[in-house]
Design a protein around this ligand. Structure first.
Ligand code: EZ4
Ligand code: CO
Length: 418
């Protein structure tokens, strides 16, 4: 077939595709695609703690298939990489596909001379509501952290807390962060660090924390919380019910989504809104969750769910079931992935909220960004394409450094969901 082999002289033919690994404070993998005409597109391929697997997938198996293709053919390229691999779904594959997809959207929008959101249907709103992150080892520290997030402009805030009897817990840095919240769960070390977990202590403690926060800040402030996959459906049902009086915007990952039937029990037991999906990578992963209306918010990211093209399939299925979005936006989504999310957020109708954890100044030395942040709202800006640049010299100053997400153990040493 000649379809996949456009004439090499065409200006939009892909001339090169480079896999770029850098670590300005944390590891990032970026795909840079360049056309014969010299138009450059960037895609984020960062998979926290498994970065080099995606880099190899791209370098060894995807890049050779891209050279010589027409950069304009985004859907065809997506289908080629998805169906053509034979092996389906999974974070490594979908992250690699995402990087190609986003880089091609970046190129298409730069050629059009438009910010990417204009190609996705144009703006559906003035700006994107974003939530920040607060945490504390005790209540006074937590209240200070919430105030610091409000001072940084956030109008919606995720609340994580230490639990008495648990030494190290997800979402709470060992020391209070000054200014920006810079929690990074992946520790730079040759092996994963270990955290611990006690479900009964957590279920007793969290409702008291949320009650204190609600009393301190009043009824208006939207509050979120992440249970990070640690509960059974029955435990999640009990927690959802216990925190109902404190009016959460959402309870995130109350159970692992591997068992969607389990969410039926949670649903029947509580009206606390549920957000799930940061580890899900495909619309197929969401079919039951959405068609049975078992969740309220979709948590996937552009970076991990097959790019703009892959995530849009999930967003549109969610819309049929009155489910809204809350895309995953920790600092392990690179500025390229965040920009792609913001363009999609601005364009879609069923936006809920966007997670926003500001990147460090060091990360900003490598990735130039053009988004705006004001009044608690994000906007991707008006630069053609994604609006993100990549500085090779700055990137070279920060070579890859092994880092892993933690392991989680119960008191008796059993591995638990982290
Ligand atoms: O643990 O991005 O809601 N946010 C989260 C994150 C994830 C990390 C994993 O890489 O759960 O903090
Ligand atoms: Co989460």
């Amino acid at each position: 077939m000649t379809l996949d082999q456009p004439a090499p002289s065409r200006g939009t033919t892909i001339r090169s595709a480079e896999v770029l690994v850098t670590s300005p404070g944390r590891n990032f993998v970026t795909l840079r695609i360049t056309t014969q005409d010299g138009v450059v597109g960037l895609g984020d391929a960062t998979l926290n703690g498994r970065e080099l697997a995606v880099a190899s997938y791209l370098q060894d198996h995807v890049v050779p298939m891209l050279i010589g293709r027409d950069a304009h053919r985004i859907e065809d390229t997506w289908q080629m990489l998805h169906r053509g691999a034979y092996w389906r779904r999974g974070p490594v594959t979908m992250c690699a596909i995402a990087a190609v997809d986003v880089a091609l959207w970046d190129i298409k929008a730069r050629i059009a001379g438009l910010p990417l959101y204009q190609l996705l249907g144009g703006a559906s709103r003035e700006g994107i509501m974003a939530y920040g992150h607060a945490s504390g080892r005790d209540l006074p520290e937590l209240m200070d952290s919430i105030r610091a997030q409000q001072a940084a402009g956030f109008r919606s805030i995720r609340v994580q807390s230490s639990v008495p009897g648990v030494d190290k817990i997800y979402g709470v840095p060992a020391a209070p962060s000054s200014g920006t919240y810079d929690y990074e769960p992946a520790q730079r070390a040759p092996l994963p660090v270990e955290e611990d977990w006690d479900t009964r202590a957590y279920l007793r403690h969290l409702p008291q924390v949320l009650e204190a926060v609600r009393n301190e800040f009043g009824p208006e402030l939207p509050l979120l919380h992440d249970a990070h996959h640690r509960l059974t459906p029955n435990e999640a049902a009990r927690l959802g019910r216990a925190v109902e009086p404190f009016d959460l915007f959402w309870l995130e990952d109350c159970t692992p989504a591997d068992n969607p039937e389990g969410l039926r029990l949670v649903r029947q037991s509580t009206t606390t809104p549920l957000a799930i999906g940061e580890v899900l990578t495909s619309v197929w992963d969401y079919r039951q969750l959405l068609s049975e209306q078992l969740i309220d918010y979709v948590r996937s990211s552009v970076t991990h769910a097959g790019g703009i093209t892959g995530l849009r399939r999930i967003v549109d299925l969610a819309a049929l079931h009155q489910v809204r979005t809350g895309f995953h936006g920790p600092t392990d989504i690179s500025p390229v992935g965040m920009a792609a999310a913001l363009h999609l957020d601005l364009a879609i109708h069923n936006l809920g909220i966007q997670e926003y954890m500001q990147h460090s100044a060091l990360t900003g030395e490598v990735f130039g960004q053009s988004f705006r942040w004001s009044g608690g709202l994000l906007h991707p800006g008006e630069e053609p394409g994604l609006g993100v640049t990549y500085d090779d010299d700055a990137a070279a100053r920060h070579p890859y450094s092994p880092a892993y997400l933690p392991l989680n153990r119960l008191k008796d040493g059993t591995i638990h969901d982290w």
